[in-house]
Design a protein. Structure first.
Length: 206
């Protein structure tokens, strides 16, 4: 489902990324993008063509409800990148990346390119549960100078590993990830927690 070509990226909400980024993706890498502010149009279009990636810009409670309604209409679940105000949102659908406004455009661009173009290399792939606060483990790794690609679903981690390389896969020890770990193909996979000391981990990040 996530490897269909050309890859379809649907965006709901106001323009977020510079048009030159989309032009680069669509012209050189068989990526097709569709963007709209009309939820009905998004839902109708999604019935005809299922997106591999859905970027959903949450502006209020109604737009969150619209997202859930859109997902129930799809035959398969796309990889979801959620952009929302810096407030707690409960009952989230399966979200691969949850970014808060103001959105870091460099981070968002890197995420999109990793899934659509690939060929990125990070010291660690971190699979953890979404949280409005920063993950202390991720912060320790970044402060130590390591590059980290963080995602929140096993499907997203699978897609990342198909198209990119990393020295180690770090999986938060949570029930939703324990079974999914067996679907990830990598020689260095470690369970971690948010307060993890990185001394031992550092040995495998070079």
């Amino acid at each position: 489902m996530l490897q269909n070509l050309p890859q379809q990226i649907f965006i709901y909400g106001s323009p977020i990324i510079d048009n030159t980024v989309w032009e680069h993706l669509t012209e050189n890498h068989r990526v097709q993008t569709f963007q709209t502010d009309n939820i009905y149009q998004l839902q109708q279009y999604s019935l005809e063509i299922t997106p591999q990636i859905l970027i959903f810009n949450i502006s209020d409670a109604a737009s969150l409800v619209a997202l859930k309604q859109t997902l129930t209409r799809l035959k398969t679940t796309p990889l979801i990148i959620l952009l929302s105000p810096p407030i707690e949102i409960s009952h989230l659908p399966p979200v691969a990346h949850h970014l808060h406004h103001p959105v870091n455009l460099a981070e968002l661009t890197e995420i999109i390119e990793s899934y659509s173009l690939g060929h990125h290399q990070h010291d660690a792939l971190l699979l953890d549960s979404p949280n409005k606060n920063f993950n202390p483990l991720k912060q320790k790794l970044l402060q130590a100078g390591y590059s980290v690609f963080e995602t929140h679903t096993v499907a997203a981690a699978q897609l990342y590993l198909q198209k990119n390389t990393t020295h180690a896969v770090l999986i938060e020890y949570m029930p939703q990830f324990i079974a999914g770990r067996h679907y990830l193909q990598h020689e260095r996979i470690f369970y971690v927690d948010r307060q993890q000391d990185i001394t031992e981990i550092s040995k495998f990040l070079h």
